[in-house]
Write a protein that binds this ligand. Structure first.
Ligand SMILES: NC(=O)c1ccc[n+]([C@@H]2O[C@H](COP(=O)([O-])OP(=O)(O)OC[C@H]3O[C@@H](n4cnc5c(N)ncnc54)[C@H](OP(=O)(O)O)[C@@H]3O)[C@@H](O)[C@H]2O)c1
Length: 309
């Protein structure tokens, strides 16, 4: 199997503070935001993987706020059905639009980003990077790791890079739906754990992703200090990426935060877990709707509280 160089260059783009601590809150879903309302009917949000699960609920709640929501889904029929369902939901006052997006497909990403640039020249207020996948059971191998990282890590990173020029300067927000399954404590090798946590560029974090896959392929991933969790590694690298991206976008005052929705009953979890998808949508929504005075960036949250990576 050939490992393709997965990090896209800047040419990939179609046209080539103050930190406030999060407050703790009870588990149950309530009002999805604090503080004053900053958005209006011209505000625009993109939610990836919005045809079902947590992404669907995030998109639906944003629609109820009156925000224009782009339901991004890789399968047209499922995306259109989700769009219609959200638009018809009680209380939905925002305009709901579908656009195809497969975050593992470069041409799909470019089409999406070009369309956004053309349709929304005023820019995007919110991007929720929710799309993700996980193999079921104990599946493990280099090809499977490539698939997992291609979606959860490289795909999300590439999509964010491509959509970045369309983010509104000053207080737009990027929310990265990661997972506590990707906490750094899953890495048995101390040296490797440090290397990942201290990665300071996209190239560096991208190379670590490629190394994980290569090490599995060469039968030495355990020896090199990696765990057996492909999903965990994809999400850990994603969380570290969000921190790197946050630094890069801070001069534009764009908030970039990662979060874990918690264990939710969705297709991905085979309907296990204590939370509903709507409850899982709570922290992503809370990050998406923060007021400018609650500016926070480069952090990792769960249940509206900052958590260690
Ligand atoms: N459920 C949990 O317990 C849990 C816990 C921690 C973190 N998370 C994270 O939460 C996010 C949402 O998960 P979920 O539980 O709602 O899962 P889900 O119901 O399986 O939904 C996943 C969504 O991602 C989409 N997707 C997958 N691959 C894609 C691709 N290449 N391009 C575009 N979209 C793609 C899926 O589209 P299709 O319908 O076309 O497959 C679907 O819309 C994921 O990032 C997941 O890792 C979930």
């Amino acid at each position: 199997m050939q490992i393709i160089k997965r990090i896209l260059t800047n040419n990939f783009a179609p046209d080539s503070l103050n930190v406030t601590a999060a407050k703790s809150r009870p588990f149950a879903m309530a009002k999805p935001y604090y503080g004053e309302k900053w958005w209006d009917d011209k505000s625009v949000a993109v939610v990836t993987g919005a045809n079902k699960g947590i992404g669907f609920e995030v998109a639906r709640e944003l629609g109820k706020c009156g925000i224009t929501v782009i339901v991004a889904a890789r399968q047209q029929q499922l995306g259109e059905e989700a769009r219609d369902k959200i638009q018809a939901s009680p209380g939905c006052s925002g305009k709901i639009i579908f656009h195809q997006l497969d975050i593992t497909d470069a041409s799909s990403i470019i089409r999406f980003a070009s369309w956004v640039k053309h349709e929304f020249p005023q820019g995007l207020d919110i991007v929720v990077n929710n799309a993700g996948m996980a193999f079921k059971g104990n599946t493990f191998g280099a090809a499977e790791a490539l698939t997992t990282l291609d979606t959860n890590f490289f795909g999300t990173m590439n999509f964010t890079e491509a959509i970045k020029p369309s983010l509104r300067d000053v207080f737009s927000r990027v929310v990265i739906v990661s997972s506590r399954a990707g906490k750094s404590s899953i890495i048995p090798g101390q040296a490797l754990r440090k290397e990942i946590l201290f990665a300071s560029s996209k190239e560096e974090i991208g190379r670590l992703g490629e190394r994980f896959i290569e090490d599995i392929q060469n039968g030495k991933h355990a020896q090199e200090g990696w765990p057996n969790s492909m999903y965990g590694i994809s999400k850990l690298l994603l969380t570290v990426y969000s921190r790197i991206e946050a630094k890069e976008l801070e001069p534009r005052q764009v908030m970039v935060n990662a979060c874990c929705p918690g264990w939710c009953k969705t297709d991905m979890s085979s309907w296990g877990g204590p939370k509903t998808a709507l409850e899982g949508a709570d922290t992503p929504l809370w990050l998406a709707l923060r007021t400018p005075s609650q500016f926070v960036t480069g952090k990792f949250f769960g249940e509206r509280m900052e958590v260690d990576v």
